[in-house]
Design a protein. Structure first.
Length: 349
């Protein structure tokens, strides 16, 4: 049976699976970490049947009380038939307690899916001009006009209870305050700014500007939104201790062909596969990755923030940004310090 967010217990009580319905995307966003030449692969029903059976087996053998099922891509809504097929299977199984989520770029609208997904996230970088700087079609055209009508429709269907994913880059940092104001004017109450960690144009000046923009948002919210519950992740996220990222603990990414991955950043890259739904996890690979994760970057020794920093948990992100599992990205370090400074900690940017 499905669950509403109101009665769904999250922390430590679910087994998570992200299902990649397709590796293809109809957009060509300049900052996309999935590379420009995305393969045009789509999950079919035969694979979907085996994915569902695999998830059922894992759920039966787990002590977790429920499942978190995410649909991802590429752009997952380019394969609406498979999403509906999965939803039908989960809804028909009375023994499964589950919650569903999906992130979409808003280019494809299907009311049936939107109604049936528990939590929907949409990607919108802000007002039209700022959004179109980076979120473009494969023909190089801005995507704002293509998606804004669908996003408003999704908000109407979900009664504004959706999550906004907003990518912040060096070339739109000066728009951060305006973009958050614009998102709030549309009715968004959960705004999640995501820093483009892969961009090499970040520098101290850009981070100081981002800090100033975030302070403007904090002050504006305090003075003008006292009657509104508008949450902005970069400002409101709690500082909490990071545990190790271990295979089999946090869940799995399931690629379009049934391959298994432990990380969103590596999904559908065969060189990072840890097994498949047919044969299960390759325990030797899993142990190798878990051993990698238990070691921490030495240059971070002595940093009081070390236990709370993403560079200590997500070594894959270190590898993809610096080429070394144990070399933290300077961009990520600056971002972590920025979040601390926004909470009043006396640190330098």
């Amino acid at each position: 049976m499905g669950l509403s967010k109101q009665n769904y217990v999250v922390d430590g009580e679910y087994l998570a699976f992200t299902i990649w319905t397709t590796s293809y995307c109809n957009f060509n966003c300049k900052y996309c970490y999935e590379t420009e030449n995305k393969p045009s692969n789509y999950m079919d029903r035969e694979t979907a049947d085996k994915v569902f059976a695999y998830i059922r087996r894992q759920a039966k053998n787990s002590d977790k009380k429920s499942l978190w099922i995410g649909f991802h891509g590429g752009e997952p809504m380019l394969n609406t038939g498979i999403i509906k097929y999965f939803l039908d299977m989960f809804e028909a199984d009375d023994e499964i307690t589950y919650f569903t989520s999906m992130t979409t770029n808003g280019s494809v609208m299907d009311e049936d899916i939107i109604n049936r997904i528990s939590e929907v996230s949409v990607s919108l970088d802000g007002a039209k001009e700022s959004h179109n700087k980076n979120r473009i079609t494969r023909n190089g055209e801005g995507t704002y006009d293509l998606i804004i009508g669908n996003i408003k429709k999704i908000m109407e269907i979900k009664n504004n209870d959706i999550r906004l994913r907003m990518v912040v880059t060096p070339d739109n940092t000066e728009d951060f305050f305006d973009n958050v104001m614009y998102a709030a004017s549309l009715g968004f109450t959960m705004i999640v700014p995501c820093i483009d960690f892969f961009n090499k144009d970040w520098n101290d000046e850009k981070f100081r500007l981002l800090y100033d923009e975030a302070i403007r948002i904090k002050e504006y919210r305090q003075e003008n939104w006292s009657d509104k519950n508008i949450r902005i992740a970069i400002i409101d996220d709690q500082v909490k201790r990071m545990g190790d990222c271990e295979i089999g603990i946090d869940g799995f990414q399931i690629g379009v062909d049934g391959s298994l991955y432990h990380c969103m950043y590596t999904a559908n890259d065969p060189s990072y596969s840890i097994g498949n739904i047919f044969d299960g996890i390759d325990e030797s690979i899993a142990e190798e990755v878990n051993c990698l994760n238990r070691k921490k970057p030495e240059e971070c020794n002595g940093c009081t923030y070390q236990p709370y920093c993403i560079t200590q948990r997500c070594l894959i992100l270190n590898k993809l940004t610096t080429g070394n599992y144990y070399e933290p990205s300077p961009v990520i370090c600056k971002y972590e310090w920025l979040k601390l400074k926004l909470k009043g900690v006396n640190v330098r940017l």
